[in-house]
Write a protein that binds this ligand. Structure first.
Ligand code: PEP
Length: 253
């Protein structure tokens, strides 16, 4: 049975006090709250990952994630953060392949395949992001573009490794723009992704893989998006920075 997951990507937002305030508001707000989300994942800036991880350690269903990890386990890579370090502070997940990193840091599918390997080898689970630009969507090639991203970065994995992967479909044209994919657009792509996963890993593994939607998901549209058969939750950017909005999205299943 695949999990319903709501993940909050704080990106490069919040200072130390603000990050603490947000995580405390979430812990308090979610305590004793009735909801059907199986996992709530917080992705703070790396600087605050250890503190956030400690603050959620006694909260049920709450996990932490890095926003990125390096391809190498250690070495002369000034300013970088390794999967081993992320694991050592108690985080459960790392994001890999967010479109902002693909764009600003020139992360290729091949590089992301190496990041996935390093993350899994160090005991992290991976939320793997994929998604097309508006040009590709308008050309009608969105499904083949996204499935190629998945093939290039994930399809070398064994069945047992693949079970530690969560997919986040995030159309680039919907990220931070206020333009959300329609429920039909989201469901179509999620179903295509699941079909593609089944072609490689079989229907059982595909059915067990959580596929999250990301892109201007907010308290107003989350319920409708999450009601789609193949939408198993969300990767939330802007709306994860306000505790009441994020909690409302968590309650949208
Ligand atoms: C994201 O960056 O992963 C994201 C989905 O952002 P937003 O919700 O702000 O569109």
């Amino acid at each position: 049975m695949r999990k319903k997951i709501v993940a909050g990507n704080w990106k490069m937002n919040k200072n130390c006090d603000e990050a603490e305030e947000l995580v405390v508001q979430l812990v308090v707000g979610l305590k004793n709250l009735d909801h059907n989300t199986d996992e709530i994942v917080l992705c703070p800036p790396a600087l605050f990952l250890q503190d956030v991880t400690l603050k959620i350690s006694n909260s049920s269903k709450m996990y932490s994630s890095s926003q990125n990890c390096h391809t190498h386990e250690s070495g002369a890579y000034t300013g970088e953060i390794s999967a081993k370090m992320i694991k050592s502070v108690g985080a459960t997940y790392t994001l890999v392949g967010h479109s902002e990193r693909r764009m600003y840091n020139h992360e290729s599918d091949e590089m992301l395949a190496t990041k996935v390997n390093t993350a899994l080898a160090n005991g992290l689970k991976v939320i793997f992001c994929c998604g097309e630009s508006l040009d590709i969507r308008n050309s009608g090639n969105h499904v083949s573009f996204v499935t190629t991203q998945l093939q290039n970065s994930l399809f070398h994995l064994s069945d047992s490794d693949f079970k530690n992967i969560v997919i986040a479909y995030e159309p680039i044209w919907a990220i931070g723009t206020g333009v959300t994919a329609s429920t039909e657009q989201a469901q179509e792509m999620h179903a295509e992704i699941r079909k593609f996963l089944a072609s490689k890993y079989g229907q059982a593994i595909a059915d067990d893989t959580s596929i999250l939607y990301g892109g201007s998901c907010n308290p107003k549209n989350a319920k409708e998006l999450f009601s789609q058969t193949d939408v198993d939750g969300g990767l939330i950017g802007g709306a994860s920075l306000v505790a009441s909005d994020f909690i409302s999205i968590i309650q949208s299943f």
